[in-house]
Design a protein around this ligand. Structure first.
Ligand SMILES: *[C@@H]1O[C@H](CO)[C@@H](O)[C@H](O)[C@H]1NC(C)=O
Length: 185
């Protein structure tokens, strides 16, 4: 996978720097790549803590006998595998900077990723993560986990409402710049 590092001091770069990554990049001596890696480590660690808290919270909740029906319990296995396949394959396809908000640091992908799992769902990371929460809730037989999963899905939907337009705008601006470059030649 080839990466394109947006050259310094383009209008897009200046705009992103000004509004989004100033602080983190400054902390890393102006190196946006290191800034993005630091954010990646942070988000990844918070994810592990989040999963731990989720599992602990579920343990304290009552179990519903209906969910303990083997047919339902074992249905959680393919759900879990599907969820993890979506999350891991999208991380693989996007790389570290693509997965962890590289676009906020002016680190853009060469082209939008359309290969698997992006040819199956437009948000494999969010959908995969939601499926994993659901699977854990079913496996443990906890209705509260299913409710929490619905809550998580709503939060993800809200997050995408902010994230998708921003990503779209960044790439549209880059495309404008590329077109401008071609005309100048
Ligand atoms: C998605 O791409 C994979 C290969 O990357 C392919 O095997 C699969 O059939 C594709 N699925 C759809 C729905 O196009």
């Amino acid at each position: 996978m080839a990466w394109e590092f947006v050259e310094k001091k383009t209008p897009i770069d200046a705009w992103i720097t000004e509004y989004h990554n100033k602080l983190i990049t400054k902390l890393f001596g102006g190196n946006s790549l290191y800034g993005c890696y630091a954010l990646a480590v942070t988000i990844f660690s918070l994810g592990i803590i989040r999963d731990h808290i989720y599992n602990e919270a579920l343990m304290a909740q009552p179990t519903h006998p209906l969910l303990l029906n083997p047919l339902i319990k074992y249905a959680s296995i393919p759900i879990f595998l599907t969820g993890n396949t979506l999350v891991l394959s999208s991380m693989w396809a996007l790389g570290v900077t693509g997965t962890y908000l590289g676009d906020y640091f002016g680190i853009l992908m060469d082209a939008p990723v359309t290969s698997f799992p992006f040819n199956v769902t437009d948000a494999p990371m969010y959908h995969g993560s939601t499926l994993s929460f659901l699977a854990a809730a079913i496996w443990k037989g906890k209705p509260a986990g299913i409710l929490l999963t619905v809550f998580v899905a709503v939060m993800y939907k809200i997050a995408r409402g902010y994230e998708d337009p921003f990503t779209g705008m960044i790439y549209a601006k880059r495309e404008e710049k590329r077109q401008g470059g071609k005309k100048a030649l």
